[in-house]
Design a protein around this ligand. Structure first.
Ligand code: IVH
Length: 676
């Protein structure tokens, strides 16, 4: 079925409009329509393309959300090799570069283009007829990886060139970077999820580009800054700075720090200005680059095997220093993640005294093999927390030992566990550990958990700091005289708070579970657990296999729940909460969920795995009745150790008996035991 011309026209128009608004927003930072209006345009185009898939073009803005994942990356050959740059450290080396250039050109003075040296991943973008057709990484300079689908998701990469005058074949080269602020956030999220953080923004950018699933790349706030060209079917301009300026006309985001300098002194002045700005700039840069501006002169200068003779990178001072690891401690965060931290002999790194550096997790410590006593290189890049880059193995003193994560939390003594699939270790005393106390109580009281109105962050801080509350159960023991006298707490607000705490006693099982702050258990999981088990004891005692029967509970979540309830301290807090009167309606089970409905059980003798009360509660939760004496109507008699006369009576009446093993099997799979 062919697409009606009107529809095709509309799609083409939408595409142009959306790309224009992308450009206004991402490149010029000056949007002219609201986000909602933009979304409406994008949705309309997506709908058209959904109904007429033949309308989808490689330059459609809908492709920016990420194409389907692919099994591996293809290869891209660079017709013009992607070379490296020579480095200059310090003014003298820069002047030496300028002397060589002037000598070769026979010129007294040379004009340079000056630009930042972005610390990211370099890519080459190939446009044919103004449309982006391929993007490749630098690779070995001659062959790189095909990252077209991922690069399409970068909003500052035009999918179709704007304006006019571009050559039929145009290869634009530049750097893919991630803003420092987003890098920090990305790493915080990774640590929170127990994943290893990226060492620096460059690794984050490179890692994002090489994702097999472009949707992951699409979710990262990458940007592209052009710095040069590969194959061209026609020249673009006479100078490098003019060529970059043309890229600006064609829709690229060219750095606003592009300048020209007449002679090397101007370059050195530029260096000092950018160095001064460095900390405040949103992107990481490791130096500046000076390039002979006149392209004809560049051609005469040519290349060495490795780098152009017409350019040099003037590097910023290293943000690294060497020092000694005096100790490695396990630091427990607000959410229970236990992070190894190196305690360092104080050292100056780019103007700041560094005394600690994160080692991230056990795997990182092993990979870098950092030991107490080691001499290490530490780095502080931008606002990034200082980190240990590497160990100077030659300086390792004798008798050092590999570091191991402690088995017990250094703060509360609960077990420290590494959940399957996670890089991080966690303290399992979530409800009890002082390091997690404030966070746990805040979460417990939050609106979607126990919903204790008026118990905000400041108040929790005060209650914990004054020793009035150590765990959530303590909240239910607060008295008015404890509260009045706290900051900003009068009689009336104290009464209101106590009333709110009182109200929270009556809740639902799902809310209660969520409020416990079990790692991996959000609201939806809490609801699924409550719906499936209907009973707290059953959840607390369930082995991971049973927990996995709950929809959406996989092995990692099951393990987290199981580990949480294995911790004696947590069970203790739960018990105290129930003692304090926290309660929820027991679900009335529908017939289908009460598999033992209509059956009567009698218990005799002592069971090993539970008390008689527990056994009774478990049976009743499944819909059974538990009677005190055996009759013809008894369905089963459960027989423990040293049974009494009830067993004799059961035998006399022909009532079936269950030993402890059979009884446990029945609790596990009650549906198998229903008598017809
Ligand atoms: S020009 C023939 N300009 O630094 C190579 N490179 O250390 C010309 N880089 O591979 C490169 N910012 O990935 C140039 N403004 C800039 C740059 C820049 C970052 C990267 C680029 C290059 C590496 C060399």
């Amino acid at each position: 079925m062919s697409v009606p011309a009107k529809v095709a026209e509309r799609a083409a128009r939408l595409r142009r409009e959306i790309e224009y608004h992308n450009y206004r927003y991402y490149v010029l930072d000056a949007p002219v329509i609201s986000d909602a209006e933009y979304d409406a345009l994008l949705r309309e185009l997506m709908e058209l393309e959904r109904r007429h898939p033949e309308l989808v073009t490689p330059d459609s803005p809908t492709q920016r959300v990420g194409a389907p994942p692919r099994a591996d990356m293809g290869e891209v050959r660079h017709a013009v090799p992607m070379l490296s740059l020579d480095n200059a450290f310090g003014e003298e080396e820069v002047r030496e570069f300028d002397r060589r250039v002037r000598e070769r050109l026979g010129a007294a003075r040379v004009g340079y283009s000056c630009e930042p040296k972005f610390d990211g991943a370099s890519v080459s973008l190939r446009y044919e007829g103004g449309v982006l057709v391929q993007a490749g990484t630098r690779g070995d300079g001659y062959r790189g990886e095909d990252v077209t689908a991922n690069v399409r998701t970068i909003r500052t990469v035009p999918l179709r060139l704007q304006g006019e005058g571009w050559p039929r074949v145009l290869e634009v080269r530049g750097e893919v970077v991630i803003p420092k602020a987003d890098f920090e956030r990305l790493n915080a999220e990774r640590l929170e999820r127990g994943e290893a953080p990226f060492a620096n923004p460059r690794n984050a950018a490179a890692g994002s580009l090489r994702q097999l699933d472009p949707k992951v790349t699409a979710a990262r706030p990458l940007a592209f800054f052009p710095w040069g060209f590969g194959e061209l079917s026609a020249p673009v301009a006479e100078t490098h700075s003019a060529a970059l300026a043309r890229l600006r006309e064609w829709g690229f985001r060219v750095t606003e720090h592009l300048e020209t300098a007449d002679g090397i002194d101007g370059c050195l002045a530029y260096y000092r200005r950018i160095l001064e700005l460095r900390e405040r700039l949103p992107f990481e840069m490791d130096g500046v680059v000076y390039k002979v501006d006149e392209l004809a002169a560049c051609e005469r200068l040519g290349y060495t095997a490795r780098a152009p003779r017409w350019a040099v990178a003037h590097k910023f001072p290293a943000e690294e220093a060497t020092t000694v690891v005096e100790d490695i401690i396990a630091s427990v965060g607000r959410t229970g993640v236990v992070t190894p931290v190196a305690v360092l002999r104080p050292v100056h790194v780019s103007g700041v005294t560094v005394t600690r550096a994160s080692l991230h997790n056990q795997d990182e410590v092993e990979r870098k093999d950092v030991r107490i006593g080691d001499t290490v290189i530490v780095r502080r890049a931008g606002e990034v927390i200082p980190e240990v880059v590497a160990v100077v193995k030659e300086k390792r003193p004798p008798g050092t030992r590999p570091w191991r994560m402690p088995a017990k939390c250094p703060v509360c003594g609960s077990r420290v566990v590494r959940l399957p699939g996670e890089a991080a270790h966690r303290c399992m005393g979530g409800l009890y550990c002082p390091a997690q106390r404030k966070g746990a109580i805040r979460h417990f009281a939050s609106r979607r958990a126990m919903d204790i109105d008026g118990l905000g962050e400041k108040l929790v801080d005060q209650l914990v700091e004054k020793g009035l509350v150590r765990d959530p159960a303590d909240l239910y023991r607060l008295r008015k005289e404890d509260l009045v006298g706290l900051e900003r707490m009068g009689e009336k607000s104290a009464e209101n708070l106590l009333a709110a705490i009182e109200r929270s006693r009556s809740t639902t099982l799902a809310r209660f579970l969520y409020a416990l702050g079990i790692p991996q258990v959000g609201e939806a999981t809490a609801q699924a657990l409550a719906g499936h088990f209907g009973d707290l004891d059953a959840i607390m005692d369930a082995p991971p296999e049973r927990l996995q029967e709950v929809p959406d509970v996989g092995p990692v979540v099951a393990d987290a729940i199981h580990s949480f309830f294995r911790e004696r301290h947590n069970r203790e807090v739960v018990r105290r909460l129930l003692e304090a009167g926290v309660r929820w309606p027991r679900p009335r089970r529908a017939a289908a969920e009460a598999p033992l409905q209509g059956l009567t059980f009698v218990l005799t003798g002592a069971l090993e795995s539970m008390t008689r009360e527990e056994a009774k509660a478990r049976l009743e939760a499944l819909g059974a009745r538990v009677a005190g004496s055996v009759s013809r109507r008894t369905s089963y008699v459960v027989v423990g150790a040293d049974p009494g006369s009830k067993l004799d009576k059961a035998r006399a009446l022909g009532v079936p008996t269950l030993d402890e093993r059979a009884f446990l099997a029945l609790l596990e799979h009650p549906e198998d035991f229903v008598r017809r």
